[in-house]
Design a protein around this ligand. Structure first.
Ligand code: NAP
Length: 295
């Protein structure tokens, strides 16, 4: 029997997809079909998989998508030229530039050149600023937005809770902390943001009512990092060698699931937790970008 303390990301993502689909139909009746452009540079295998999953989700929901694949050696100027073209294209409401980008390209420059109105990934400085300021007109990055929805829809109390976010990356950790510390409904948490230079990391984690692990280190969070009854969200995607597995490797999270699941109040499976929510929030952000245009 599956453990009954799982936060089922697949089923919550499906609920969100259903809500998004209804609103897309309403928009189509007004003559607008949301359009989403994917930009991928190079042939990084995980990026190919992620963009493929996002393309299929778009198709299922009736979002028109187009994918632009540029060679690994693409210069920053060429990439910016494509982004400016997409910014000016009235049939495109959302633009997603898949990370990681090759080293000759400065991701901060690239993200700053996506029109903030089409920045469905929420990485443009204007949207980052709006998130910090608590201005809800911006786009929130998809993974933290998805984790927030997981907490809300699993009825996890957030206000007043001690939250530890493990990892201060720009894509997950920092925006996650910014979201949960707002003076707002479904926020008002006391947030501690930990990273590789944090002292007493384990002690910080052990205080958490909600522990969100986003560091990219396989099974880093062990049983003794977790307060019994805490809600544990595992964001990490790490490939580890396993000779028994197909292809000689398998994916694991940042949490040692088998150790932590029995003592956690609730926990996300991995896969099947945060990943599907990232895609659901991308679809929802794209819909919102299109809705704003017709308003
Ligand atoms: P990132 O930008 O590389 O940030 C990693 C953070 O973890 C950094 O702040 C780093 O600290 C910290 N860190 C690394 N090793 C540590 C250690 N041993 N102890 C404490 N802190 C440590 O990564 P990211 O983009 O935020 O992604 C994090 C993980 O989430 C990755 O596994 C990624 O694949 C996964 N992810 C999943 C999804 C999804 O949809 N499921 C989406 C995005 C990311 P410093 O800042 O001190 O270097």
């Amino acid at each position: 029997m599956p453990p009954d303390n799982l936060i089922d990301g697949r089923s919550i993502a499906n609920q969100i997809h259903s809500e998004t689909a209804v609103r897309i139909e309403a928009l189509k009746r007004k003559g607008v079909q949301p359009g989403l452009a994917f930009v991928r540079v190079g042939e990084d295998p995980p990026s190919q998989v992620y963009v493929g999953m996002k393309e299929r989700a778009s198709e299922r929901l009736g979002i028109r998508s187009e994918t632009h694949v540029l060679p690994e050696a693409t210069s920053e100027a060429t990439l910016l030229e494509l982004i400016h073209k997409l910014n000016a294209d009235s049939g495109i409401h959302g633009i997603l530039v898949q990370a990681p980008l090759p080293p000759q390209v400065d991701s901060l420059v690239v993200f700053s050149n996506v029109s903030p109105d089409k920045d469905v990934d929420g990485f443009h400085p204007i949207n980052v600023g709006k998130l910090l300021l608590g201005d809800r007109t911006g786009f929130v990055p998809c993974t933290p937005a998805g984790i927030h929805e997981l907490l809300i829809r699993s009825e996890t109390p957030i206000a007043g809770s001690d939250v530890v976010v493990l990892g201060r990356g720009n894509i997950v950790g920092k925006p996650m902390a910014a979201l949960l510390c707002q003076k707002a409904r479904h926020a008002n948490a006391t947030v501690t943001l930990c990273h590789s230079q944090s002292r007493s990391l384990r002690n910080h984690c052990r205080q958490a009512d909600i522990l969100i692990a986003a560091i990219g280190v396989a099974e880093f969070v062990q049983e003794d990092f977790v307060k019994p009854g805490a809600v544990v969200i595992d964001v990490g995607v790490n490939r580890v060698t396993d000779e028994q597995a197909k292809g000689g490797s398998r994916l694991v999270g940042d949490v040692a699931f088998l150790q932590v699941q029995p003592i956690a109040g609730k926990i996300t499976p991995n896969p099947g937790g945060v990943g599907p929510m990232t895609i659901a929030m991308l679809m929802s952000n794209t819909l919102r970008a299109a809705e704003i245009l017709v308003r």
